[in-house]
Ligand binder design. Sequence first.
Ligand code: ADP
Ligand code: MG
Length: 266
Amino acid sequence: MTTALEVQGLSAAVEGKQILEGLDLQIPFGELHAIMGPNGSGKSTLCHVLTGKAGYLVSGSATLEGQDLLSLEVDERARLGLLQSFQYPTEVPGVRLREFLIEAADERGIGEEEALERIEAEAARFDTTRFLDRSLNNDLSGGEKKRSEIFQMAVLRPRVALLDEIDSGLDIDAVKQVSEAVEGMRSPDLGVVMITHYNRILKYLTADRIHVMIDGRIVDSGDAELAEELESGGYDAVRERLGLKKTTTEPSRRPADFFTDTPFDV
Ligand code: ADP
Ligand code: MG
């Protein structure tokens, strides 16, 4: 089977700071992989570099279904089927979700009739029908916003979905709901990369593989046992087992997330 996403030796620097340091990752179609790592390990940077955000000095390779991503523009990568959900979904007042989705579908070569059919069907499945005539993400709770994003992905049917901190800022009931939605978007035609700082979401969904990212590299990969090790010993336990130095991590540039402070913070 072809691989949905294949990343080899990916390195990236921004503003003279090296963030990704030769990262390898392979996501087969039909699988959901979790990438877990402490704040500042480069998880969001990986998403930005894959989707083509400007400002990074990048080397190494990344392919989607065998096609090179790194030489393409942002919109070309999206048309190939790469889609990222945002770490902090923004509110866009004035644009209704239905219209937004028809437009986004059009950009990916999906006609209006087909888009509307998918919208109705997926909205019923993800229980998002009542969001369709509201402004994009406006007046939605944290959990509803994330569910809305997964619904949007289900309509656009990417080949590779990058979910960055899909569980951040959510209470436990919302984490359960979002987990169900993520399980619901699984498909043999899709590879899912679910990035998370915390392992609690892994209690509610089954990742085919778990990767630990530290200092810009995947340092270990495994199954549920690895999540258990993280649960009991945090990232320090993994560092110790692998003989990795504890580096001084710079404070994260994004604001602290007060809802989800966990023992994994370094
Ligand atoms: P994570 O998502 O794992 O918390 P990030 O990818 O957001 O980590 O950030 C990785 C590191 O890169 C952090 O130390 C962060 O401060 C730094 N970083 C991210 N973006 C920039 C930037 N634009 N300029 C300088 N440093 C940055
Ligand atoms: Mg991040």
